[in-house]
Structure formats: C-alpha cells, structure tokens
Write a protein that binds this ligand. Structure first.
Ligand code: NDP
Length: 446
C-alpha cells in the first residue's frame, strides 16, 4: 500500500516540484483516500484522484495600479479553478504577500473536499494576489481591487465561479470588488459572497466560519459527553475566524485565554470576555492595529512578541490564523499540558507530523476541511438567497449552519470511526472524496 501511495505522490511531485504546500495537502488526502479506492471497485482504475489534483484551469494575470504617491505598482493576481464536478467553482480570495501558486493550489484542493462535505452544490476554487493591504489607504485598496477585478470579471459569474473573502479580503475588499464587477457587467448578480447585508449579503456570513468551528468542536465533545463550559481555550489569530470563534466560545461558557496576530500573542489569565473581545475587534477591524494594543486597556495581561500561544496550558486549542502555524514541538507541548481537543479554524494550520502526534495520542482532532466549512456553507446559503431574491433571518441562517456542521460531523463518523476513537482526518477526506468522485465518474473523462 505504502508503495502505491508513494508512487502516486512522486507522480504529483514531478509535475509540481516547487509547490510544497500543495504537495503537503495532496499527500495527506492520498494517505486516506488511496487505501479506500483500492478497496472499492467502482473507484479503482478511474484515476479520479490523479484527475482531482490537476486544476481544471489556472488564470494568472498582471494587476497594475497607482498608489497614493502616484507611483505605479504591479502585483500578480490568480484564480485557480480546481474542480467543478458538483457545482460552480467556489472559494475565497486571499490578499497577502506570501500568496503564490502553491498556496492557492493547496487551498483550492482543500476546498473541493470541504465544499463537498457541506452537502451544498459547490465545486472548488481559490484565488488572490501577493498584494498586501496592510498599511495601504482605503483608496489604494479600492484602486487595487478595481484593477484586480478588471481582469478577474471575465473568468467568474454566478453560475461559473463565485469568489469570497479569505486572509486580507474582508467586507471592505468584497465591496470594492463587487462594485467593479457590477460596473463592468452592468448587472446585479450574486457573483461574490460575503457581501454587505443591504446589498445581497447573508446574515451570519461574517460569523459563519468561527461559529462553525465551535459547532463542529461541540459535536466532537458531545461524543465524549463534554461541553465548553469552563474549558480553557487558546486561540491563535485575531481576524475574522478567530474573533467569531472566540465570541461563540465565550457565549457557551468557555474561557478564552489567548488571541494573536503575526506580531505575537496576548495571554489574559482572567479570560477574554465579550467586552474585551469587542476591544480586540475595534483594534483589528477599525483601527487596523496590532494585538499588543490590548495591553493598553488590560495591562495585567501578557504580550509575547513573535511567539505563538501553544505553550499555554489549556483544554482545547483552536488554531485560526494561517497554514503550518502549529508544528510537532507545539503539538508535544499541548499534549503534555493536558490539551485534549484541537479544532482547526484556519486551513492546514497543523503540520503533518503535528497531526500524526495528535492522532497517535488519541486527541480529538478536527481537520480544517471539516471544521472550518461553516464559512463556505453560509456562502452557499448566500447564493441560494440571491437566487431566490429573498433573505432568511439571523435565526434561520444560524439554524441551517448548525445543521450543516452536525451533518459534516456525522459524515466524518461514517468513514472515520475506529475502535474507541474517531479519526476525523480520514473521515473528512473519504466523505469529501466520495461525492466528488461519483460525480466525476458519472460525467465521464473530461
Ligand atoms: P483574517 O485576515 O481576517 O485574519 C488572519 C489572522 O491570522 C490575523 O490575525 C493575522 O495577523 C493572522 N496571520 C495571518 N498570517 C499570519 C502568519 N503568517 N503568521 C501569524 N499570524 C498570521 O483572515 P481569516 O480570519 O479570514 O482567515 C484565517 C484562516 O482561516 C486562514 O487560514 C483562512 O484560509 C481560513 N479560513 C477563513 C474563512 C473565512 O470565512 N474567512 C473560511 C475558511 C477558512 P495579522 O493581522 O498580523 O496579519
């Protein structure tokens, strides 16, 4: 078996030599899915996984724009249209200096499985640019977004490819992108999700990924008759996902001890309550500041520069910042300190050897493609509302989100249950694969 898997990975490696993040994501899936394919005749011989790792289309383009000093800036824009077997391409846009094809292909590949798990009809895609919105004025961000959309608009559409936000792309950027799309196409359609509520957005979309991570984790805890009450939780990140994960945990009675950004983390031993979280939201979303400003308001807390929070004693850890932010040494420390549950809020935040350590120690471990699927799920609900020309209430969307996370958890159990343990990684990979593979086989070799 190991030989077959290695042959497959080598084949993918030979075609994608300079794409470590993409190879990491493919390798994780291959280890779970190839043994399943070999045992199941209908998939064997169809080369479905080999087809899945090749994007249906990749677009790369120049984004030229003029900054506030009237200097010409040039960035690179991308859209990776990975798989449309079960629906139009769907996945976020990331604006961050680290963006390259490897990162976008890993994210688009993960998105195929995640979207499949949501039960909604959405294929997998991802895009973005190496543009850094940090430190840029609103008008610079607007000019960049307009230039970016001036090329992207010809590749997307409400039945073709529907982008959304991700790191560096929040409601401000979605607004500028949507405005330019509307101007170029002269039509008001649901071509982006994460829109403002007054112009086609869904209630609960900003909250959805963070809430969804907590709902999924709650389902895992329930299997062990545990809940969030009085559990000590450490969170990394202080962006969209981290903020709403923190809010939901606090409301469920958990104690949030840390939040972070790329400059370091804050540790508040008394717990970050709703009022303190509000301050973090102001610092990050309105002032566009750094997490250490928290100490101005709460001087008894601690700020650790250029560090990650994984050495703080906790029951539950939710990595919600970025890929590969939690390695094997961090995992060892967490397990040693008694952490019994990890829910990935970010995409691929744990390295493969960290995941292996969690699984070997029978830690409850939720992979991002299952636990952070709430965001794209509510994006799917936003698309449905746009098609209906109707809006559901906050309560209705939240209820649908809860149900979707419950169903994703159930799917993971079907393929991930082992003796006295649930391997959610295996469960999510196989459950996500089956639906897409069935559709690809039905649609022939295309
Ligand atoms: P935001 O841009 O809102 O926040 C990102 C957070 O992570 C910020 O606190 C940022 O710090 C921190 N961060 C980013 N890069 C690094 C880094 N290299 N090292 C340390 N910290 C870093 O993004 P989101 O909250 O939307 O996304 C977070 C993660 O969740 C990503 O992996 C994303 O792909 C994933 N995700 C997001 C979804 C969504 O709906 N938004 C849906 C599903 C997954 P700083 O402010 O200093 O940059």
């Amino acid at each position: 078996m190991e030989k077959i898997i290695n042959n497959f990975i080598n084949q993918v490696y030979n075609r994608n030599k300079n794409e470590p993040e993409f190879l990491q994501a493919v390798s994780e899936v291959a280890h779970n899915v190839i043994p399943f394919i070999i045992k199941n005749e209908i998939y064997y011989g169809q080369n479905v996984l080999l087809r899945m790792v090749e994007p249906e289309r990749v677009v790369s383009f120049r984004v030229a724009w003029i900054d506030d000093n009237e200097e010409i800036q040039v960035n690179r824009g991308y859209r990776v249209e990975m798989n449309s077997a079960i629906g139009p391409y769907k996945g976020g846009l990331r604006f961050h200096p680290s963006v390259n094809l490897s990162i976008l292909k890993f994210l688009a590949f993960e998105q195929i499985f995640k979207n499949s798990l949501t039960t909604l009809p959405m294929g997998g895609g991802k895009g973005g640019s190496d543009f850094n919105p940090k430190g840029r004025s609103d008008t610079e961000v607007m000019r960049f977004c307009q230039s970016f959309m001036t090329e992207l608009f010809r590749h997307i559409g409400p039945n073709r490819d529907i982008p959304a936000g991700d790191i560096g792309v929040g409601s401000r950027e979605i607004g500028y992108l949507f405005g330019q799309y509307k101007r170029l196409k002269n039509e008001f359609t649901g071509v982006l999700t994460g829109k403002g509520v007054s112009w086609g957005g869904s209630l609960i979309r900003p909250e959805a990924t963070g809430y969804g991570v907590v709902y999924f984790t709650q389902n895992m805890l329930k299997e062990k008759n545990i809940d969030f009450k009085n559990k000590k939780v450490i969170i990394s990140g202080s962006g969209n996902v981290a903020q709403y994960a923190a809010e939901k945990i606090i409301k469920m009675g958990g104690i949030v001890l840390t939040m972070s950004d790329s400059s370091g983390y804050v540790f508040d031993k008394d717990g970050i309550d709703l009022e303190k979280l509000e301050k973090i939201m102001t610092i990050k979303n309105i002032d566009r500041g750094r997490i250490d400003q928290y100490l101005k308001y709460y001087p008894k807390s601690i700020f650790k520069k250029n560090s990650k929070p994984w050495n703080i004693k906790c029951d539950i850890a939710l990595p919600c910042a970025t890929e590969n932010e939690l390695d094997k040494n961090n995992a060892k420390e967490l397990v040693k300190n008694g952490c019994f549950c990890i829910g990935e809020g970010a995409n691929m935040p744990c390295t493969p050897d960290a995941i292996e350590l969690f699984l070997n120690n029978k830690i409850l471990f939720a992979p991002g493609k299952a636990s952070n699927a709430g965001g794209v799920a509510v994006s799917g609900l936003e698309m449905a509302q746009n098609s209906l020309r109707y809006n559901w209430s906050r309560e209705e969307v939240d209820e649908k989100l809860k149900n979707i996370m419950f169903e994703i958890h159930k799917s993971c159990l079907i393929y991930g249950k082992e003796k006295n343990y649930v391997n959610y990684v295996k469960g999510a990979n196989i459950a996500g694969f089956v639906k897409v593979a069935d559709a690809m086989i039905a649609q022939g070799v295309v």
